[in-house]
Design a protein around this ligand. Structure first.
Ligand code: BG6
Length: 491
C-alpha cells in the first residue's frame, strides 16, 4: 500500500513537564511512532524541559525507557530508536524562575525557521507562568502552544486561564487538546456522517428516537486519586470528552473541515443544550461513587478506601439525560453516562432509530425491533448497523435483529494509532480542527456549572454502586422511566 501520510514541515517541539506521566506514557511513544513511520522530517528537534537536573544523555535514557515500557518490543527497531533518541535534548528550567530559560531560547533560536511548538504537559497552574516566560524570552512570536485539560474547574477559572494564555498567544496559535477528538473512531464519526449520503436525511428527530453515549472504564482512580477527588467524573469526562462527542453527533454539517467551520457548528450545539440546574437536576442527572467490589476477577477497593481522608462527595459516575434544543433535535434525549470501575471498558455511541410506523407481520414473526447504529470507540473500534432480517429457513417469516458489523481491526489490519500521534502533528501542520476553541470550552462550562452547583447544594450524597457493575440503580431508572434501556457491547 502506498503511504498516504501527510508530511509535516520541520519543527522544534519543546515539551514542558517532559519527565511527567503524560510525556512518558503518551507523547514520547506517539512521537516515536510518527518518526518510525517516516513522517517526521530529518531536521526536527524535541527539547524536554522540567525542573529536574538532567543531561541530554540522561533524558535520552529516560525516553528510551518510556519507549520500552509502552511499545511492544517488535515495534522498536534499533536504527529507528537511535534516530528518534538523537533528536532529543534537555534543558532544566522552572516555570517560576529564570535559570535555564536563556539556554532554552538559544536552542530554539538555533533551530532557525523550524516551527516552534510548546507543549505544556504540566499542571494547569503553570500554564500562565510558562506562557509569560515564553513571551519574556521572545519565544512566543511564531510559536504555537498546546495545553491539556483540565482547562479550569469551572467557568470562572477557565476564563482566567484562557486569559493568561491569551495574553501571550493569539487564539489561532493556541491548541487545546481533547484527546477524544484524535481517536480514530471519533474521526470516523465525521466520515460516517459526511461522506455517506445515507444517514443525513435520517439524522433528525423525525427518525432518531434517542442517542446514548457511554464512556465506561473498568479501572478505578488508583494513583490519580489526589487529582481526581478535586475533579470528579463531571469535570474529568463529561465537560470535555463526552460533550465533544455530543457535538460531533449533533452538529449541523459544516461547510468544510476547516477549523472554524467545524468549531462554529460544535459551539452552536453546546449553546443549545437544555440547561440543567436546581429545578430539574434530580430528574435529569444521577451521580454515583463506587464501593468495593470485583473487577477482572479480583477484589477491588472502594473509592473512599483509595483516598487518604477516607471521605469524599466526589462522583466517580455520572448519568445525564441531556437535550439539544433546536429544530433538528428537539425531543430527542441524549443519554450520557461515564464512570470508573464499571463492568467493562467500553466507549460507544448508539443512535437509536424510531420504530417502523406500522408492522405488516403477524405475531408469529416476533417483534420488529428498531434499527440502531453503534459507533464503537474502544475497544474493538468499529461500526455496527443493526437491522431486522428474516430468520433463514422455511415455515413462515420469523424476524431477527442482526448487525452489519464492521470491525476496523479486521477490515484494515493496521495498528490503530494513538490519538496523540495525530494531534501533535496537526499542531505542526497548523490545523486546529481537532482542538477546542476558547469559546467552546467556556460554553461547556456554562452548561456544567449549574449542575455542579445543584449537586453541591443538594443534601444527597452520590449514590453508591458496587465496583464491577454498571453504576447505581438510579442510572438504570433514569433511562427505563422513558421506556428505553442502556445498551452495552454493541447489543
Ligand atoms: C482522561 C481522564 O482525560 O481520559 C481519565 O482524565 C480517563 O480519567 C481518560 O481515564 C480516558 O481516556 P481513554 O483514552 O483511555 O478513554
Amino acid at each position: 500500500m502506498t503511504s498516504r501520510l501527510i508530511p509535516v514541515p520541520p519543527f522544534v517541539l519543546t515539551v514542558f513537564g517532559a519527565t511527567g506521566d503524560l510525556s512518558r506514557r503518551k507523547l514520547i511513544p506517539a512521537l516515536f511512532h510518527r518518526d518510525a513511520d517516516g513522517q517526521i522530517p530529518d531536521e526536527a528537534l524535541i527539547i524536554g524541559v522540567s525542573r529536574r537536573t538532567m543531561s541530554d544523555e540522561e533524558f535520552r535514557a529516560f525516553a528510551h525507557k518510556a519507549l520500552i515500557d509502552h511499545i511492544p518490543a517488535a515495534e522498536l527497531k534499533e536504527p529507528e530508536v537511535e534516530r528518534f533518541l538523537h533528536r532529543l535534548s534537555y534543558v532544566a528550567a522552572d516555570a517560576d524562575a529564570d535559570p535555564g530559560w536563556a539556554e532554552l531560547a538559544a536552542r530554539v533560536g538555533a533551530a532557525g525557521d523550524m516551527i516552534p511548538v510548546y507543549y505544556l504537559a504540566t499542571a494547569p497552574h503553570l500554564f500562565g507562568p510558562i506562557c509569560e516566560r515564553l513571551g519574556k524570552y521572545g519565544l512566543s512570536e511564531k510559536g504555537r502552544v498546546v495545553i491539556e485539560k483540565p482547562i479550569g474547574k469551572d467557568l470562572k477559572s477557565a476564563l482566567a486561564l484562557n486569559e493568561q494564555v491569551g495574553r501571550i498567544f493569539p487564539e489561532d496559535r493556541v491548541y487545546r487538546i481533547d484527546h477524544y477528538l484524535g481517536k480514530e473512531t471519533v474521526q470516523n464519526l465525521m466520515a460516517l456522517r459526511f461522506a455517506n449520503a445515507l444517514f443525513e436525511p435520517l439524522w433528525n428527530n423525525a427518525h432518531i428516537d434517542h442517542v446514548q453515549i457511554t464512556v465506561a472504564e473498568a479501572l478505578g482512580v488508583e494513583e490519580r486519586a489526589g487529582y481526581y477527588d478535586t475533579a470528579g467524573a463531571m469535570r474529568d469526562m463529561v465537560q470535555n470528552h463526552i460533550l465533544q462527542l455530543v457535538c460531533l453527533v449533533a452538529m449541523e454539517p459544516p461547510s468544510s473541515l476547516g477549523a472554524d467551520a467545524v468549531r462554529d457548528e460544535k459551539l452552536k450545539v453546546l449553546r443549545a443544550l437544555k440547561p440543567i440546574g436546581e429545578n430539574n437536576m434530580a430528574a435529569l442527572t444521577v451521580r454515583g461513587q463506587y464501593r468495593a467490589g470485583a473487577s477482572a476477577g479480583g477484589a477491588v477497593p472502594g473509592y473512599l478506601d483509595e483516598l487518604e481522608s477516607g471521605k469524599s462527595q466526589t462522583e466517580t459516575f455520572v448519568a445525564v439525560k441531556a437535550e439539544v434544543e433546536n429544530w433538528r433535535w428537539a425531543g430527542v434525549p441524549f443519554y450520557l453516562r461515564t464512570g470508573k470501575r464499571l463492568a467493562s471498558r467500553v466507549s460507544e455511541i448508539v443512535i437509536g432509530f424510531r420504530p417502523v410506523p406500522h408492522s405488516v407481520f403477524d405475531e408469529s414473526a416476533g417483534p420488529v425491533e428498531s434499527n440502531r447504529l453503534v459507533i464503537r470507540l474502544q475497544p474493538d473500534e468499529g461500526v455496527k448497523l443493526w437491522l431486522m432480517i428474516k430468520d433463514p429457513g422455511p415455515g413462515g417469516i420469523r424476524l431477527t435483529h442482526v448487525p452489519l458489523d464492521m470491525s476496523f481491526a479486521k477490515a484494515f489490519k493496521v495498528r490503530n494509532p494513538d490519538a496523540y500521534e495525530r494531534l501533535i502533528l496537526d499542531v505542526v501542520r497548523g490545523n486546529q480542527t481537532l482542538f477546542m476553541r476558547r469559546d467552546e470550552v467556556e460554553a461547556a462550562w456554562k452548561w456544567v456549572d449549574p449542575i455542579l452547583e445543584a449537586w453541591r447544594n443538594s443534601k444527597e450524597a452520590p449514590r453508591p454502586y458496587t465496583a464491577g457493575t454498571w453504576g447505581p440503580s438510579s442510572a438504570i431508572a433514569l433511562i427505563e422511566r422513558d421506556g428505553r434501556t442502556w445498551l452495552e457491547d454493541g447489543a
